[in-house]
Design a protein around this ligand. Structure first.
Ligand code: IMP
Ligand code: MG
Length: 189
């Protein structure tokens, strides 16, 4: 299916079908990784970028899960990073002695997720793992262990499938590099 917004892409890196296939593999990985765990896993989605990924992932999982969310801001609605990542809304679940799986849209520099992991570890979960839809490995500035990443992407600003440019594009069903004129002349970092 073709969508009107496809015209805003300089390059589509992953189509919907590629992403869906990768997410099914990720769900199988989760079921296998936690096969000896009797309790439910707490999936913590990092809003808002995780929504399409988590929504699809969830429907392919067999293991019992409960859901919680954090709102974390690192881009402040722009495509430029401003200072430290900030936690806007915290989870409501008591995660002490629970198995935690963090659900990220993308790990770029790693600053955001590193900060979240440090914070959550202080609450003494039984385990804490990280799954990310995308891994922008060349962007990495700090060392972060991603337990599972679905797809690799180049060191470019990308949008779609949860990833935004000024809060838009999250609903786009594929992932790619937006055209320069879509970014309205702002420097693409
Ligand atoms: P990091 O702290 O640099 O790893 O970036 C973490 C957050 O920045 C991600 O969870 C995304 O929400 C956002 N982000 C990183 N790279 C991109 C991108 O290329 N497009 C849109 N958002 C991005
Ligand atoms: Mg994110």
């Amino acid at each position: 299916m073709s969508r009107d917004y496809y015209k805003h892409f300089e390059k589509i890196i992953y189509h919907f079908e590629d992403i869906e296939r990768a997410i099914i593999k990720a769900a199988n990985w989760i079921d296998d990784e936690y096969k000896d765990v009797k309790e439910e896993i707490v999936l913590i989605g990092l809003l808002k970028g995780c929504i399409p990924f988590l929504g699809r992932l969830l429907l392919h999982l067999n293991h019992d899960v409960i859901l919680d969310f954090m709102v974390v801001s690192s881009f402040k609605g722009e495509d430029k990073r401003i200072g430290e990542p900030s936690i806007i809304t915290d989870i409501i679940t008591d995660i002490k002695d629970k198995h935690i799986l963090l659900i990220e849209d993308i790990v770029d520099s790693g600053y955001t997720i590193k900060k979240i992991i440090e914070l959550l570890k202080k609450r003494q979960p039984k385990s804490i793992k990280l799954i990310s839809l995308l891994d922008k490995r060349e962007g990495r500035r700090v060392n972060v262990k991603i337990d599972y990443s679905c797809l690799k992407i180049p060191n470019e600003f990308i949008v779609g499938f949860g990833l935004d440019y000024k809060e838009k594009c999250r609903n786009w069903d594929c992932i790619g590099i937006p055209k320069k004129n879509y970014i309205k002349g702002e420097k693409n970092e």
